[in-house]
Design a protein around this ligand. Structure first.
Ligand code: ADP
Ligand code: ASP
Ligand code: MG
Length: 405
């Protein structure tokens, strides 16, 4: 059996015309002699009736302390709605299909509601359905705990459902169908000059994803990388081959394990808040308490700079009320700057190459973008900028590193 996992994102199932296209893609795989296992996201995006954000909003009247278990049960409904519709459309077209929740498809997770990790995928339910001649249509973004509670996998988690199933069923490929042509040098909705990357390594896309490019969920990439599953990222609405994400770049007669390029692309993350906390130099206990206070309430920090009298870091804007309250209560002297974004130059090939930071500074200064803070790793240089400068910064860096078409 040539199993191929096909995952369709929210915009790919948002309209009747889009759903017809999805059905066509699945039928095409079947007609080519493959055995498609399909993963579907909730219909549409923010504002659409059954989108994940819309379901989330339904809970706002219940306040901010809704039990996470209940919240997950509600959020899981978006994907259940969309997978039943696609299943019904396929069956009507003469290709019998069967819709399944994540749990019914054998996806077992831990009990970290809202951000659950897949601990096991039982292959039997999906293999059984394939053997009976049905096309399995799985609700993405969800699983169940060993005791049967429904969990969700974190925003964008349908990609993870797809690669986890791909690994469990030893699929020959996982296809991520979305609303753009493939993995590009920047978000094409922000950078008109962004162009498609035909072949990229798992590491390159993972770095883009960690820095905010939501084209594929980072955890999905980790699984694809671990189990060496070829990943195709392509448009539901065009026939182009899209991007192949793989272990190495295949050249005639050899397999190159590293990319040629210095820079893969520019990624960004919006809605960031910077904290500056002044502390007496000698008060080491308070320094420890600062980071522990945030960790204890589950707040993740980024862009961390620790100086003897000043600690600087960023958090997601959504965590601001909680972080501020906790630090005030613990009597820290805090300065908060809101309305920021992180723009990152990403490239696994930049490791050890001098001059990348110099170019970043030159380009952003030239564009009149003030850099508020920076951080770097072996494959990224990130700059904190004001939200209103985000697009200017991305476009300038994209051009400055010669990534244009
Ligand atoms: P889906 O609903 O299909 O999962 P997502 O919205 O999660 O789609 O991801 C696709 C979106 O990712 C695109 O519409 C695009 O705006 C965004 N994106 C961000 N960075 C990139 C990039 N480097 N290449 C392609 N798309 C990107
Ligand atoms: N519907 C979920 C979300 O919006 C999962 C996904 O689309 O991958 O985050
Ligand atoms: Mg997505």
């Amino acid at each position: 059996m040539k199993i191929v996992v096909q995952k369709f994102g929210g915009t790919s199932v948002a309209t009747q015309a889009a759903r017809d296209q999805v059905v066509k893609r699945i039928i095409q795989a079947k007609e080519e002699g493959q055995s498609p296992v399909v993963v579907i996201s909730a219909i549409g995006r923010k504002g659409d009736p059954y989108a994940t954000d819309t379901l989330l909003e339904l809970m706002t009247e219940a306040g901010s302390n809704v039990p996470k278990r209940e919240r997950d049960l509600l959020l899981s409904c978006g994907e259940v709605i969309s997978c039943t519709i696609i299943s019904a459309l396929l069956t009507k077209a003469g290709y019998p299909a069967r819709a399944l929740t994540g749990g019914q498809a054998g996806i077992i997770t831990d009990a970290e509601f809202g951000d659950a990790r897949i601990i096991e995928v039982l292959p039997e339910p999906l293999l059984g359905i394939l053997k009976e001649g049905f096309i399995p249509i799985v609700a993405g973004f969800q699983g169940k705990t060993p005791s049967g509670d429904i969990t969700t996998l974190g925003r964008g988690g349908s990609d993870t459902t797809a690669t986890a199933i791909g690994a469990a069923l030893d699929a020959k490929a996982v296809e991520i169908f979305t609303d753009v042509e493939g993995v590009m040098t920047a978000d094409p909705h922000l950078v008109g000059e962004a162009h498609i990357l035909d072949v990229v390594t798992y590491e390159e896309v993972a770095q883009l994803a960690y820095q905010g490019a939501k084209i594929v969920h980072p955890r999905a990439l980790e699984l694809a990388m671990q189990y060496n599953i070829p990943l195709h990222v392509r448009s539901t609405f065009a026939n182009e081959p899209g991007t192949l994400v793989t272990r190495g770049v295949h050249c005639p007669g050899r397999l190159k394990l590293g990319p040629d390029r210095l820079i893969t692309g520019i990624a960004h993350l919006s809605n960031i808040v910077q904290f500056k906390v002044r502390l007496p130099k000698e008060d080491k206990a308070k320094e420890t308490r600062l980071f522990k206070t945030l960790a204890d309430v589950g707040i993740s920090i980024d862009l961390i700079n620790v100086f003897p009298e000043m600690k600087i870091f960023t958090i997601a804007e959504a965590d601001l009320p909680k972080a501020y309250q906790e630090l005030e209560q613990a009597e820290f002297e805090v300065t908060v700057t809101q309305g920021l974004a992180k723009v990152s130059v990403v490239g696994a090939g930049m490791r050890g190459v001098p001059g990348v930071m110099a170019r970043v500074v030159e380009v952003l200064n030239g564009a009149g973008v003030e850099i508020l803070q920076t951080a770097d790793s072996h494959a990224t240089i990130s700059c904190l900028v004001r939200s209103e400068d985000t697009q200017k910064a991305i476009c300038a860096l994209h051009e400055g590193f010669g990534l244009g078409k």
